[in-house]
Design a protein around this ligand. Structure first.
Ligand code: C2E
Ligand code: CA
Ligand code: CA
Ligand code: CA
Length: 278
């Protein structure tokens, strides 16, 4: 369904040479979409080693005239134009509202919700205040909120990044380093960040069964995170074989089609219900 949606909206296709005109159309469509409430969060399950649900990653979807458009089609332009700031704020508020519901129910109180934060958003002058406000306005225990940052976020303005992360960490907010292994972070550098989790990039997971080098990298990442006191989660887990290798590496958690696709709220709630009845 997602791919059909992508192909039917021609000017969102990133392979086309984006003309200024198309970009301006997309930009104003995004802006209006935000005003009109065309964005939704989808929830993808995250599980522990025993396959038990421990939380979800919130993934943004856009429905201009009812068609599903995935984030790869609009996040890059939203970042370039700065629209990612109000859009990211919407995501944060929606995620906190969702967490608040989970935290009010005994059965779902333990679930963590991971939210993607782009570089531009994180580096906004008032980012920390905005997060604090979202947390306070929703009344959540911030421990349920996990911000996923990529290396592109944390490699610039290091002092400021470390400061901000510490302030948020004191509020209770958790941090996961997304797409880990694809960038250039050094061990020495990672030690300085108040991270809770490394998220092993799906590129390694994809090759883990057939390519010993990928398995070796994953092994090394898990061992390294352990010695830094960090948890690990693998993303893009699609097969039992991959999960088996990851469990052999002592990876603590998984996310991927094997456990569940990103789900719209109604389907996610149905999953929670099944989970609580089992
Ligand atoms: P990401 O943060 O690395 O998210 C993981 C992507 O992998 C998601 O794509 C997810 O649907 C997909 N995925 C999950 N499990 C599997 C699997 O088993 N196999 C495969 N092949 N793919 C899997 P999605 O939802 O299209 O999101 C793409 C990217 O858009 C995200 O990559 C993230 O960088 C960005 N994004 C999504 N939502 C937000 C948001 O709210 N804010 C920001 N700033 N970026 C977002
Ligand atoms: Ca992510
Ligand atoms: Ca990722
Ligand atoms: Ca990615």
């Amino acid at each position: 369904a997602k791919d059909a949606g992508r192909n039917s909206i021609r000017f969102f296709n990133p392979r086309m040479q984006a003309t200024l005109d198309a970009r301006m159309k997309l930009e104003s469509a995004l802006r209006e979409g935000l005003d009109r409430g065309e964005f939704r969060l989808y929830y993808q399950p995250q599980v522990d080693r025993d396959g038990r649900l421990i939380g979800a990653e919130a993934l943004l979807r856009w429905f201009p005239d009812g068609q599903l458009v995935g984030p790869d089609q609009f996040i890059p332009l939203a970042e370039e134009t700065g629209l990612i700031v109000p859009l990211g704020q919407w995501v944060l508020d929606a995620a906190c509202a969702q967490l608040s519901r989970w935290q009010q129910d005994e059965a779902t109180r333990h679930l963590q919700l991971a939210v993607n934060v782009s570089a531009r958003q994180f580096h906004e002058a008032d980012f920390v205040e905005r997060v604090r406000h979202s947390v306070e306005a929703s009344g959540i225990d911030a421990c349920g909120l996990k911000l996923e940052l990529t290396e592109s976020v944390v490699l610039e303005h290091v002092e400021e990044v470390v400061n901000r992360m510490h302030v948020l960490h004191e509020l209770g907010v958790r941090f996961s380093l997304d797409d880990f292994g694809t960038g250039y972070s050094s061990l020495a550098y990672l030690r300085r960040l108040p991270l809770d989790q490394l998220k092993i990039d799906q590129g390694f997971v994809r090759g883990i069964v057939d390519h010993p080098e990928d398995a070796a990298i994953v092994d090394a990442i898990v061992a390294m995170s352990g010695s830094l006191g960090l948890a690990t989660i693998a993303e893009g887990v699609e097969t039992d074989e991959q999960w088996h290798v990851l469990l052999g590496s002592a990876c603590q958690a998984g996310q991927g089609y094997l456990f569940g696709r990103p789900l719209p709220l109604e389907q996610w709630d149905a999953l929670l219900l099944r989970e609580s009845e089992s």
